[in-house]
Design a protein around this ligand. Structure first.
Ligand SMILES: [Zn+2]
Length: 175
């Protein structure tokens, strides 16, 4: 979180406003709202397997994560998802639909709040490693998913994704 005012450079002090913590400049009164940053995540599944990537960089270095990333200015979440999946694993999506919204933190100090917009996806082509942010990708069977996951909200995401996958008729047909 910012320590200094982005308008005048004086120190910010923390205040509670309607139950939420923000930072206010003691000199000019400017308020820093540490609002959640939107990011997109793709839970990619194929025949009872889910794709995970292993992070090479903090946060969650060495832990399993889903492909995805932060939204750019002016992007629709659907576009951000397609861009991130293409950039990170070189895949185009054959299907995607929103699973839900998952508030989380990007860092372990809980200074960077995020709003994760999560999609269930299927891909056309095999993944490739195109990013320096992870060192490998793996299909995990849904009966044996990794325990060492990079972000707190992934537990809820996995729970909800499995529910939808297991109740989805088109996926049932692939068994
Ligand atoms: Zn100021």
């Amino acid at each position: 979180m910012n320590q200094y005012c982005l308008k005048c450079g004086a120190n910010l002090k923390k205040i509670l406003k309607e139950g939420f913590q923000h930072s206010v400049c003691h000199s000019c009164g400017w308020t820093y709202y540490n609002n959640p940053r939107p990011c997109v995540t793709g839970v990619i599944y194929q025949k009872q397997n889910i794709l995970f990537i292993r992070r090479l960089t903090p946060p969650g270095k060495g832990k399993w994560d889903f492909p995805g990333g932060f939204m750019e200015i002016g992007e629709h979440p659907d576009q951000a998802l397609q861009r991130e999946i293409r950039e990170e694993i070189g895949c185009t999506l054959s299907h995607f639909r929103q699973l839900g919204f998952y508030p989380d933190y990007y860092d372990t100090d809980k200074q960077i709040p995020i709003l994760n917009i999560v999609y269930l996806c299927q891909i056309h082509n095999d993944p490739q490693n195109r990013s320096d942010e992870f060192d490998q990708w793996t299909w995990f069977p849904i009966s044996d998913l990794p325990e060492t996951i990079a972000f707190q909200a992934m537990k809820n995401i996995i729970h909800d994704a499995l529910f939808v996958i297991e109740h989805d008729f088109s996926v049932q047909n692939e068994k």
